[in-house]
Design a protein around this ligand. Structure first.
Ligand code: PLP
Length: 446
C-alpha cells in the first residue's frame, strides 16, 4: 500500500489505522485542479503512449484527497445494510455505516443458505473453473444454472457470461456487424456502448425514454436494426415506456433488446423484470441481465429463443475467449435464484422499503429526480461540492457513492442510493436524516 503527500493508506484492519494526521485536502488543492476531470487526460500530444501518465498522476495526487478518495474504499464486511469501511484519507476504520452503496437489492449475497451452497461447491470444485465455457470451464452447475435461468425468465434458452459487462459486449458484438444499425437510449450503460463500438455497426442514441426520437433515429435505414434499452436506468432509477418503444420497433422492423441489470429478479409479478411488469415480456427479443445486483453475486446472462442462444454461443467472443464463472460463484447464484423465486415476500419488502425511503426523503425535501425504483438518485447538481458533501455524509455514518461528470452529465452530480429488502426501518430513517443534515448545510434542501 502506498503513501502520498496528503493521504494515508491503511495498513491494518483493526480500528484506527492512521499513521499521519488528516489534511484538509479541499484547501490543499491548487485552484482549478478540481475543475479538471478524467476527460482532460484522454487525448494528448506527443508520440509516447505514456505521455499522459505523469500529468494524470500529478493531478490525481492533488485531487484524490479532495474527494476522489471516496472511490475504491475497502469494505471490511459483507455488503450488508451496515458496513465497516476503511477511510483511506484519515486511516480510520469507519464502523457500522448505513449502506446505500451496494446493489444486493434482495440481501441475498450473505444469506446463510447461499454461503452454505458456496462452501459445499468449494469442497467439490475448488476455486475456479480453469477454462473457457466452450472448452473445459462448463461444470454441471453451470449447465443447470443456465437451464434454471431460462425457466425463471420463461424463455427457451439462456446463456451465462462471466459478468454483466461481458454479456452486453458479447451479445451486441456477436450479433451486429459493420453496415448494421444499433440505436440505444442515450443513458445506456457503458457496457452497451462498448458492445456497440466493438460491433462496428453504425451507432445512434435516442433521447432518454423518448420513443418519438427513437422513431426518428430509425427512419430511413434499410438494413438490420437493433434497439437497446434498459429496464431500470442505473443512474436515474427510472423505467422505459416499453409499449411505445415496442410499437416503434415494429414499425421499423427493428429487434429489441432490454438490459434488465437492475430490474431482473425484482420487477414484475414473478420477478422476471420490467418487461413482465409492463405486460410486454414476449415482445422483447433479447433479455439480458446481471447476477451482480439482485442476486448479490457475479455474472451475466442472456435469455431468448433457442436459435438466438445457439448463434451467440458461436459468436460471443467475450464469453468463449474468457474463463467461465467460478463454480463456487455459480453454486451461490443457484441458491440465490431459488430464494428469490420461492420468497416473493423479499420483493414485497423491497417495494415497501422504497416507498418508505421516498417518503422520508420527500418529508425532508431531498431532491430525488424521477426515480420509480429501488435506485434513487439524490440530485445535488453541484459538481464542485459533491465530493465535499460526500465526505461529510461518510463521516456522519452513511456509505453512499457520489457520482459526477463524466459518469453523468455536467451539473447533474448526485448520490446514487440503492435500497435493499434487507434494510430495516431504522436503517432508512437514520440514513435519510444523516444525508438530509449534510445537504441542509450546503443548501441543497431547506
Ligand atoms: C445497466 C447495466 N448493464 C450492465 C452492467 C454490468 O454488470 P456487471 O457489473 O455485472 O458486469 C451494469 C453495471 O452496473 C449496468 O448498470
Amino acid at each position: 500500500m502506498s503513501e502520498t503527500k496528503n493521504e494515508t493508506v491503511a495498513t491494518d484492519v483493526t480500528g484506527r489505522l492512521d499513521v499521519a494526521p488528516p489534511v484538509d485536502a479541499v484547501e490543499a488543492t491548487t485552484p482549478g485542479a478540481m475543475e479538471y476531470d478524467y476527460t482532460n487526460f484522454y487525448f494528448g500530444a506527443g508520440s509516447d503512449p505514456f505521455a499522459l501518465l505523469q500529468p494524470f498522476d500529478d493531478w490525481w495526487r492533488e485531487v484524490k484527497p479532495a474527494g476522489y478518495y471516496l472511490y475504491e474504499l475497502p469494505l471490511h464486511t459483507a455488503p450488508g445494510t451496515r458496513v465497516d469501511v476503511e477511510d483511506t484519507k484519515t486511516g480510520e476504520l469507519r464502523r457500522n455505516l448505513v449502506n446505500f452503496a451496494s446493489y444486493n437489492y434482495l440481501g441475498l449475497s450473505y444469506r446463510p443458505e447461499v454461503k452454505e451452497a458456496i462452501k459445499e461447491a468449494a469442497d467439490i470444485y475448488g476455486g475456479g473453473s480453469s477454462g473457457s465455457p466452450i472448452l473445459s470451464g462448463t461444470t454441471a452447475l453451470h449447465r443447470q444454472f443456465a437451464e434454471e435461468i431460462a425457466a425463471f425468465k420463461g424463455k427457451e434458452a439462456a446463456m451465462i457470461f462471466p459478468t454483466g459487462y461481458s454479456a452486453n459486449v458479447g451479445t451486441i458484438a456477436g450479433l451486429m456487424r459493420s453496415g448494421d444499425l444499433i440505436v440505444a437510449d442515450q443513458y445506456a450503460h457503458a457496457s452497451i456502448v462498448d458492445g456497440m463500438i466493438l460491433s462496428k455497426a453504425k451507432s445512434r442514441f435516442f433521447r432518454h425514454n423518448r420513443p418519438d426520437d427513437l422513431d426518428r433515429k430509425l427512419s430511413g435505414f434499410d438494413g438490420k436494426k437493433l434497439v437497446i434499452i434498459e429496464g431500470v436506468y442505473s443512474m436515474d432509477g427510472d423505467t422505459p415506456p416499453l409499449a411505445e418503444i415496442v410499437e416503434v420497433c415494429r414499425k421499423h422492423g427493428a429487434r429489441l433488446m432490454i438490459d434488465e441489470a437492475h430490474s431482473a429478479f425484482v420487477f414484475g409479478e414473478t420477478g422476471k423484470g420490467v418487461a413482465e411488469d409492463q405486460g410486454l415480456d414476449e415482445e422483447v427479443d433479447i433479455h439480458l441481465g446481471t447476477f451482480s445486483k439482485s442476486l448479490g453475486g457475479q455474472g451475466g446472462y442472456i435469455a431468448g429463443s433457442h436459435q438466438l442462444i445457439n448463434y451467440l454461443r458461436g459468436f460471443s467472443r467475450s464469453r468463449f475467449f474468457s474463463c467461465a464463472l467460478s463454480p463456487v460463484v455459480v453454486a451461490g447464484l443457484r441458491k440465490a435464484l431459488e430464494l428469490a423465486s420461492r420468497e416473493p415476500e423479499l420483493r414485497t419488502k423491497l417495494w415497501e422499503n422504497v416507498a418508505y425511503m421516498q417518503q422520508l426523503l420527500h418529508d425532508r425535501a431531498v431532491p430525488m429526480g424521477d426515480s420509480t425504483s429501488h435506485v434513487i438518485p439524490i440530485m445535488v447538481r453541484d459538481d464542485a461540492r459533491v465530493f465535499a458533501m460526500g465526505e461529510e455524509i461518510f463521516r456522519e455514518g452513511v456509505f453512499i457513492n457520489p457520482v459526477k461528470y463524466p459518469a453523468v452529465g455536467k451539473h447533474k452530480s448526485r448520490f446514487r442510493m440503492s435500497i435493499s429488502a434487507a434494510h430495516t426501518r431504522e436503517d432508512l430513517e437514520e440514513g435519510a436524516e444523516k444525508i438530509a443534515t449534510v445537504l441542509r448545510r450546503y443548501g441543497v434542501c431547506p
